[in-house]
Design a protein around this ligand. Structure first.
Ligand SMILES: Cc1cc2nc3c(=O)[nH]c(=O)nc-3n(C[C@H](O)[C@H](O)[C@H](O)COP(=O)(O)O)c2cc1C
Length: 142
């Protein structure tokens, strides 16, 4: 299975735009067997896609061509055994306080951080989800 992370700069960032992106993302991802998470803030999208390599590549191709963001930078692409977000067609997550600041984003800190650092961001988000979900036992959460 392929796991891919990229960052980009939102173009025309508002609630309606984000909602439209997520509706299409979730519809397509459910169809394609892709899961993942989209961290969003006015100045950055940071997205993790995971699924069969061919469909992840096709989705990324569409995403790169999308004019609702700019400067799409692939930051990590790897073969993995397990999904980080198995239950999420596309989790949308507000950028946390511990993420890179807008000033750091502007000076290229995310791209400079490297694959391990951006993967660690999503691992932390996924770990927080697991903590939350212990309060709500769910057979599908294996
Ligand atoms: C930040 C961002 C994230 C996106 N994430 C996904 C995604 O996870 N999966 C997807 O299929 N499309 C995603 N899209 C939308 C694609 O760019 C494209 O609009 C869509 O796949 C086209 O689908 P359609 O041909 O079914 O309308 C995203 C777009 C943006 C701007």
């Amino acid at each position: 299975m392929r796991q891919l992370i990229y960052s980009s700069q939102p173009f025309g960032y508002d609630a309606a735009t984000l909602a439209n992106i997520l509706v299409a993302a979730r519809r397509n991802n459910r169809r394609d067997g892709i899961t993942g998470a989209l961290i969003c803030r006015h100045d950055i999208y940071l997205q993790l896609l995971e699924g069969p390599a061919d469909v992840v590549a096709a989705a990324f191709g569409r995403i790169v061509a999308d004019d609702r963001h700019l400067e799409v930078n692939a930051l990590m692409s790897a073969e993995v055994d397990a999904r980080l977000f198995p239950r999420w067609d596309m989790l949308d997550d507000p950028a946390r306080s511990w993420l890179w600041s807008p000033a750091e984003v502007t000076t290229g800190a995310v791209v400079a951080a490297g694959a391990d650092a951006v993967l660690a961001v999503f691992a932390r988000v996924a770990a927080e989800l697991r903590v939350t979900s212990t309060a709500c036992p769910d057979a599908a959460f294996a």
